[in-house]
Design a protein around this ligand. Structure first.
Ligand code: PLP
Length: 394
């Protein structure tokens, strides 16, 4: 054809000849992603349908209703954000923070700092209460900080994936009502795996992700907003300063109007529907019990191997166990050995815990007695070689 002759020559320098993708089979016992349920992977592989197809619109309603069940909330603004957990995290702040609002962030790990960073980008007056990584906040500490700072929002991390601490929630919601502030709770590593009673706890804003307790690959960030947070959104004097995450726009698609906002990642939502369907089929209480029972066997087994756990039992997260790396052991070398020789991923430490702990995740589909046994057997047989600092043949 005549036109092709007028095109410049195609630059071939970045063209790479590849084989079709082949991924190794790994067991993901790190801080996430965890392995997806094979049934979820089948759902993801279905042919996409239109994001305004009546069948898809019905599926959206099913996902929303199952998210409400999973969070134990009646919030009408409950939907999966397109993006990972951090997108939903950012949405909670983007929709409610107005410049100058005081946001009090309780920081006892990596994700508290991320919340503080995000809130500051929406021009909040960010105040922090801090605790060492591995501890939780008491009601008295939260109350003192609420009295001192009089925030519009208190942000807390329920399940700190960087430390393995589960923040006790009894009484926190009442404190926030008493001090007339919204309660924002990160439930990324608890949703579907650790008891969460969003409405009973009087939580106004929460978010999670698809790839930890929900047995789905990364890609969606469940988001929910209660009536008090909705009021703050409606009363804004300026537009939500983030178009993509603006819940008032998103609700025109997820609510009854069904107006196009952005093309929904339909296959991710197929996967989410299947993941939530499987969870409801098991029953939330049973899933919580399963995570707790398997974690308790893991804890006892690690301790019987002489390993020390970083968090006292009363505060331990069933989904993520932090293990102190014994003196003289190269934690990174052990982790790489498990990955390269056994196809098993565990996590290292973040921030102030880097080089000091391993992080073992047993989340969603991966929380099984068989996986606990596998992990304990590996720690028993492989760790001694690292304790003695013997070089491991590759
Ligand atoms: C993983 C995680 C996030 C961030 O989620 P992404 O899916 O990585 O964006 C936020 N908070 C906590 C507690 C997490 O564990």
């Amino acid at each position: 054809m005549a036109t092709t002759q007028t095109l410049p020559q195609v630059d071939q320098s970045h063209k790479t000849v590849l084989e079709p993708i082949a991924t190794p089979s790994r067991l993901l016992f790190g801080p996430g992603p965890s392995n997806a349920d094979p049934k979820v992977l089948q759902a993801l592989a279905r042919s996409p349908i239109g994001h305004l197809d009546p069948l898809y619109l019905e599926l959206m309603g099913e996902v929303q209703e199952l998210l409400r069940y999973t969070w134990q909330t009646d919030n009408r603004f409950t939907l999966p954000m397109s993006g990972t957990g951090s997108a939903a995290m950012e949405a909670t702040l983007a929709n409610t923070v107005e410049p100058g609002d005081t946001v009090l962030v309780a920081v006892n790990g990596y994700f508290g700092n991320r919340l503080a960073d995000m809130a500051a980008r929406y021009r909040a007056n960010v105040q922090l209460i801090e605790k060492p990584w591995g501890e939780a906040f008491s009601l008295a500490e939260l109350e003192a900080a609420l009295s001192e700072h009089r925030p519009a929002i208190l942000a807390l991390v329920h399940a700190e994936t960087s430390t393995g601490v589960c923040q006790p929630m009894d009484g926190v919601g009442d404190l926030c009502h008493k001090h007339d502030c919204l309660l924002l709770l990160d439930t990324v590593t608890s949703l579907g795996a650790v008891p969460v009673f969003l409405d009973q706890w009087k939580v106004d804003l929460s978010y999670s992700c698809s790839q930890k307790g929900l047995s789905c690959p990364p890609g969606l960030g469940p988001f929910t907003m209660g009536p008090r947070a909705e009021e703050k959104l409606v009363a804004r004097s300026s537009k939500v300063p983030n178009w993509y995450l603006d819940v008032s726009l998103l609700n025109q698609y997820w609510g009854s109007d069904r107006v196009y906002h952005h093309t929904a990642p339909v296959n991710m939502n197929f996967g989410m529907r299947e993941a939530l369907r499987l969870l409801a089929d098991e029953g939330l209480e049973n899933a919580w019990d399963r995570h707790r029972c398997n974690a308790e066997v893991l804890w006892a087994g690690l301790e019987s191997l002489g390993l020390e756990l970083h968090v006292p039992e009363a505060l331990r997260l069933p989904t993520l166990t932090t293990v102190c790396i014994p003196n003289g052991v190269d934690g990174n070398a052990f982790r790489l050995h498990l990955l390269n020789e056994h196809g098993i991923e565990i996590g290292g430490g973040l921030g102030s815990l880097a080089g000091k702990i391993w992080r073992i995740g047993l989340m969603g589909y991966n929380s099984t007695p068989k996986n606990v046994e596998l992990l304990l057997n590996l720690f028993e047989s492989e760790l001694p070689r690292f304790r003695e600092n013997v070089a491991v043949a590759a």
